[in-house]
Every structure is written in C-alpha cells, then in structure tokens.
Design a binder for this molecule. Structure first.
Ligand SMILES: [Zn+2]
Length: 184
C-alpha cells in the first residue's frame, strides 16, 4: 500500500457529532428599551415621523420611508387589540413537544400599533368561536413572575413569559377596515 492511498483514506474520514452552541448577545438598544417597558407592564413602539405608522416592537427605522426612529419617536400602545388571523395547532408527539391539546397561534394587532404581533395564544374562548376581528386583551403575569429570556434580536421571539395569552374582551368585533391589511 502506497502512502498516497493512505492519505486519501484519511481525507475521507467523517465523524458525526451532535453539537450545541449557545450564543450570548446584548439586545439592541431599541429592543432593550421595549423589554424594560414590557417588564413594567407597558407596550411601546416607535412612530414614524413621516408616515405615522407605529412599529411594535420598535425597529429603529421605518422601512417604507427609510428614516431612522429613536427614543423621541417612542409611543405607548394599548394592551387591547384585534385578532387578525390564527391557526389552531393540533400537536403531534415529537421530542420536546410539551403541548398535548390543540392550541392557538394567533396574530394580534394592538390598538395604536400598525404592526401585528404573531405567535400569540388566545384563551378563554372556544376555538370554533375564533375569528378575525375578535377584540382581545392581554393577560399579564404578575410583575414578579415576568421573564424575558425568550426575547432575542433574532426574530424577536414573542412576548416571552410576560403576556401569557390574550382573552376576548366581549366588545363587538372590530370593523374589517381595522384589520384587513393584516390578515394572513
Ligand atoms: Zn414611515
């Protein structure tokens, strides 16, 4: 056996491993501010000085007008809103799945905001009663129990363990004009 053959065999050696990497990074200043307020029970965003759209959480810019926004553009929005769309997920058993019963994955447009929040749970109402236009209100955990570990710069990550779900307010449904731009 020549040396060349041995070297070729070595190059083709493959070892399979499962690896885990943990990234730690600081939240962006805008998201950090959002999280501070969230822990205090307030939802804040930035209002574009050109078009007036309110982004929640704040992006630090309006992508439509290409203008930067900052603390001077901060506004508080309501913790009530309108359900704009939803999916009812029937869990199947797989590794790591904690849900056993069908649950809701909903999008809520908060009053005063122009960007909807995805991935919200809607509780206290039968699933066959869910509909776009349903008026809902955030259910906040007690201040001492709030956690925001799940919120990251990468894809935001929802409202962490601060707002557990939204419940119907009992108000009449919002007119379609309120949410028609946000249905998906
Ligand atoms: Zn704008």
């Amino acid at each position: 056996m020549s040396d060349t053959t041995t070297d070729t065999k070595k190059e083709n050696m493959v070892m399979e491993h499962l690896v885990s990497l943990t990234y730690r990074e600081r939240l962006t200043p805008n998201l950090n501010r959002f999280v501070d307020e969230l822990l205090e029970g307030r939802l804040v965003g930035h209002k574009c000085p050109v078009c007036g759209r309110v982004y929640v959480p704040p992006k630090g810019y309006c992508p439509l007008d290409v203008v930067a926004t900052g603390p001077e553009n901060e506004v508080e929005v309501s913790d009530t809103g309108t359900l704009t769309g939803f999916t009812i997920v029937t869990p199947v058993a797989y590794y790591g799945q904690k849900e056993t019963q069908p649950f809701v994955y909903a999008t809520v447009l908060l009053d005063g905001a122009d960007t909807p929040l995805g991935g919200q749970d809607i509780t206290g109402i039968a699933h066959d009663q869910l509909r776009a236009g349903l008026r809902v209100k955030a259910i906040w955990l007690p201040k001492k129990d709030r956690k925001v570990e799940g919120i990251s710069n990468r894809g935001f990550g929802g409202l962490g363990e601060v707002i557990t779900s939204f419940e119907a307010t009992g108000e009449p449904d919002a007119p379609r004009d309120v949410y028609k731009e946000h249905i998906f």
